[in-house]
Design a protein around this ligand. Sequence first.
Ligand code: F0G
Length: 458
Amino acid sequence: MELPFAESWKIKMVEAIRKSTREEREEWIKKAHYNVFQLTSDQVYIDLITDSGTGAMSDQQWAAMMVGDESYAGASSFFNLKAMIKQITGFDYVIPTHQGRAAENVLFSYLVHEGDVIPGNSHFDTTKGHIEGRKAIALDCTIDEAKDTQLELPFKGNVDIKKLEDALIKYADRIPFIIVTITNNTAGGQPVSMQNMKDIRCLADKYNKPVLFDSARFAENAYFIKTREEAYKDKTIKEISREMFDLADGMTMSAKKDGIVNMGGFIATRKEEWYEGAKGYCVQYEGYLTYGGMNGRDMNALAIGLDENTEFDNLETRIRQVAYLAERLDEFGIPYQRPAGGHAIFVDAPKVLTHVPKEEFPAQTLTIELYLEAGIRGCEIGYILADRDPVTHENRFGGIDLLRLAIPRRVYTNNHIDVIAVALKNVFDRRESITRGVKILWEAPIMRHFTVKLERLS
Ligand code: F0G
């Protein structure tokens, strides 16, 4: 008999989590104005609000923390990190920052100017924020198929090459670089194929534009290339990662995802000009060049996290767990963005809560229902997150309305996954009785989802 699959690690340290009663949760979520960002962590049993900074470090990472070099200038920890980044990406220049959005801020301060256009696949919110905040345009050129949640495509995060070329012709000199987000978080943690990256590189060369990778989940992207793109099945994750980065000029990185650290990020590039242009902003916003926004110990832990998480076994354990949740949802007939992504399952809320009108925010309603059911905290990636149109001030109902269940790395077991799946099934089973959603009582002008106050309609 073939042995079953199991995790590529064992557990050395545990953290207690607590169940609560439905009555307690009713009270807590009401006090939180039906906004899960306002809950305290002890009010949550299983926390799927994000996979960012919530992973479990290994014994090797904790050991490296103890020998971190906290020197202000020239710390050995920086050179450890820089050497590992060079090994994985081939990039010579490295600027450490405190997280991904800080890397965006530092690099875009140099590269992005008023009136610019930055085409790519779906820009993450902070990336978009750093572009739009500089009065430039983030132009989404993701393939249209990504919007159809039920369509099974191996590389649903891809850039539409035709849309990209049209943009390169139309905006020509206004484009400072092309951005490719690997994996495409907004489209559901969907990967970008090596072929697509090669096609992007060809266009970039034709129109003489540099390419930047938003690399938060690059290792998960490499795993999908290995398992879905025939020519790569015998290559290692490290070989594939190197081949991906060979197609880019530089990267921004939120190390809180595939670096498996709780805080950290960096810029890396082969372009001396980008490094020279951005480094002053690092000193101004983050810190001196050999620590940026990071402690020495954290740079040490990140160097090891990058090494560990570019090994197949570690990624296989992680991505198979996300796929396991998808399999359980399939068993119950619950619709989600197909196929399962690398870091999360995105439940298609309007397909579940068919009686809740869009004006009453189905994905937010489902988020609340799942919390009430079992103390599981997911997060709305939908109409509330989309904010209002800056011109018309109307809600933007044009995109997709999803409940994201992001799985932290190396944190929960498949028993927890079973609890999540069954809790969602229980909500799904009573979906016909859920006819009303929520109403906004108060909202901030931008990024309203963090602080929005809601009322539950009945
Ligand atoms: N790029 C991508 C693709 C991201 O998913 C994130 C963060 C960032 C950049 C910004 O990095 O948080 O370190 O400043 N995503 C988190 C999430 C917050 O929950 O998906 P950061």
